[in-house]
Structures are given as C-alpha cells and as structure tokens.
Design a protein around this ligand. Structure first.
Ligand code: THU
Length: 131
C-alpha cells in the first residue's frame, strides 16, 4: 500500500523550508514494523548546509528508536517522479535492503514509478564495510 505514504510525503512537502531553491520535496517511510515517518527538505542560506526530505524522515525514525525501512515515498512539487539524490540513496541504504521499495511520486496523482533500492543504488558501499 503506497497511497498512505504518498499522502504523508505530500503533507510533509508542504512544510518544507526551501526559500533558495523553491523546490519543495517531501518523503515518508514505513518501517518493517509498520511505523511511518515523514520529512521535508530544509535549506540554509549557506547553501551546502541544507538537507533533503529523505534525511529528515530518516532522522525522525532514528530519534524514535530506529528501524529498518520497508518502503519510502518521495515527492517533489516541481518534478514528476523525483528520485532520491546520491547522498540520500546511501543514507536510505543504511537502513534498508536491496528489496526496499522506493515510490517516486508526482504531487497530484501519487506513485509514478516503483523502484527497488538494489536498482537505485547497485553495488552499494555495504553497511558492514567498516565493521
Ligand atoms: N532534495 C531533496 O529533498 N531530496 C532529493 O532527493 C533531491 C533534492 C532537495 C534539496 C534541495 O533543498 C532541493 O531539493 C533542491 O535541490
């Protein structure tokens, strides 16, 4: 079921702080045990200091005890099928598996494309690389 995640991501997008790019993004993830966390992008006038919607959602999950991401939806107001940036792919991968579903959404219809983390980030730097 992706519709609920899309709606949460879109609501989160409306809370964005994106005055510099004017590019609102929202994300919502579901943990394997059914919890949902959402986030928006938050920009800073010193541009590299801002961060992505996916990162905000992951931070909420971690602060609420952590977990494994079963699926995640991303939506942008101005881009159909907004795909997570490279840095966010690695951050999602940290808490996901190759089978984690990623729903790329538009802001009106919802899910435009469903893709697996293993496809989005093939040959990922593995989470056990430095253990
Ligand atoms: N952005 C996200 O929130 N997620 C992504 O995966 C791609 C980019 C944000 C960062 C910045 O605030 C704005 O979109 C424009 O790059």
């Amino acid at each position: 079921m992706s519709e609920d995640l899309f709606l949460k991501a879109r609501s989160a997008m409306k809370k964005c702080h994106a005055p510099y790019s004017n590019f609102p993004v929202g994300a919502a993830l579901r943990t394997e045990d059914g919890r949902i966390y959402a986030g928006c992008n938050i920009e800073v006038v010193s541009f590299p200091e801002g961060w992505c919607a996916e990162t905000t959602a992951i931070a909420h999950m971690v602060m609420d005890g952590g977990g494994k991401i079963a699926e995640i939806a991303v939506v942008a107001e101005r881009l159909r099928a907004c795909s997570p940036c490279g840095g966010c792919r690695q951050r999602i991968a940290e808490f996901a598996s190759a089978e984690t579903r990623v729903f790329l959404c538009d802001a009106v219809e919802g899910v435009v494309e469903t893709i697996l983390m293993g496809e989005l980030l093939p040959k990922a730097f593995p989470t056990d690389a430095v253990s």
